[in-house]
Write a protein that binds this ligand. Structure first.
Ligand SMILES: [Ca+2]
Ligand SMILES: [Ca+2]
Ligand SMILES: [Ca+2]
Length: 294
């Protein structure tokens, strides 16, 4: 991600001063997360959701399954969740910030009624409308009116409902990614065997030693290796600036197989996004671009 620094231009009689403010690439962006559960296969009423699924804490009563079963229609095929205990809770407090809980898709028998309660620090923030399920999934909009750290799904019957595509808004840190640190433009040859170096630019607001290296992915591909070195600075400038950078090397042959690169025309520009998580749980991402030369 490249951000433009705006200089303040002051003209005083014949003297012009250009003041450059402190430049930071770190900002935060609201990102909608949709938990589809579709990475979980199989399952039945005896299969609990994995502990810590998607970094959250879940009522151990939640179970998942992917087999067809009317009227428990998944909103995203094929996996959805349910519980045999009058609903269940989702605890967002493992995340570094509170979330805005949007809602989830509900289906099932019209023998029950479902609503959400949202809590923050144990205090009720809001209660959704009440939904009577049918075999057609319906979005139950939480409309809590404020951020929450816990949601309770209240179900009036022991069972008879399922839930899918749990949707919430989480803050994601936007960092400065520099493919081929200090170089511009970033050329990429699809026949190259040389590893592609990529840096996350360290700065006063981003201590890259706090990056959990095991979580780093460039378009879903893990680096071959990573190291902490001072090689570049913000705005793609080469050389040391006193702030350590996270420097990774990626297998160019794996990158060349990505659809976005494989299908790109020669000479076109392709965004490659780096994602990862800091030690405190903060999710981050950054985007830089390569120009396809071959
Ligand atoms: Ca699903
Ligand atoms: Ca570069
Ligand atoms: Ca640096």
């Amino acid at each position: 991600m490249k951000q433009v620094a705006f200089g303040l231009v002051v003209t005083l009689i014949l003297v012009s001063c250009i003041g450059i403010g402190t430049v930071s690439a770190v900002s935060y962006s609201n990102k909608e997360m949709v938990l589809t559960f579709d990475d979980l296969e199989g399952g039945d009423a005896g299969t609990p959701l994995p502990v810590g699924y998607e970094g959250l804490s879940w009522d151990p009563e939640w179970f998942y399954w992917d087999a067809d079963q009317d009227p428990y229609t998944p909103h995203s095929p094929s996996t959805r969740i349910s519980s045999l205990n009058y609903g269940g809770w989702i605890d967002f407090s493992p995340l570094p910030q509170d979330v805005v809980f949007s809602g989830a898709w509900i289906s099932g028998y019209n023998l029950t009624q479902v609503y959400f309660e949202g809590y923050n620090e144990g205090v009720l923030v809001g209660t959704s409308a009440t939904l009577t399920p049918s075999e057609t999934p319906t979005f139950l909009d939480a409309k809590f009116g404020g951020p929450v750290d816990k949601v309770i799904v209240v179900n009036s019957a022991f069972n008879f409902f399922c839930m899918d595509d749990v949707t919430y808004i989480e803050q994601v840190m936007i960092v400065d990614e520099d493919i081929k640190p200090g170089e511009e433009p970033n050329t990429f040859s699809r026949v190259s065997r040389d590893p592609l170096p990529v840096a996350i630019v360290g700065e006063t607001e981003l201590d890259v030693s706090k990056v959990n290296m095991e979580t780093l992915k460039l378009e879903g591909i893990a680096p071959m290796n990573c190291s902490l070195e001072d090689v570049c600075s913000l705005e793609g400038v080469s050389g040391k600036d006193g702030c350590c950078d996270m420097v990774m090397k990626f297998d160019s042959r794996k990158l060349a197989k990505l659809d976005v690169i494989r299908h790109a025309a020669k000479g076109s520009t392709v965004p490659l996004t780096i994602t990862g998580i800091l030690a405190d749980g903060t999710k981050f991402e950054g985007t830089d671009y390569v120009v396809i030369t071959r």
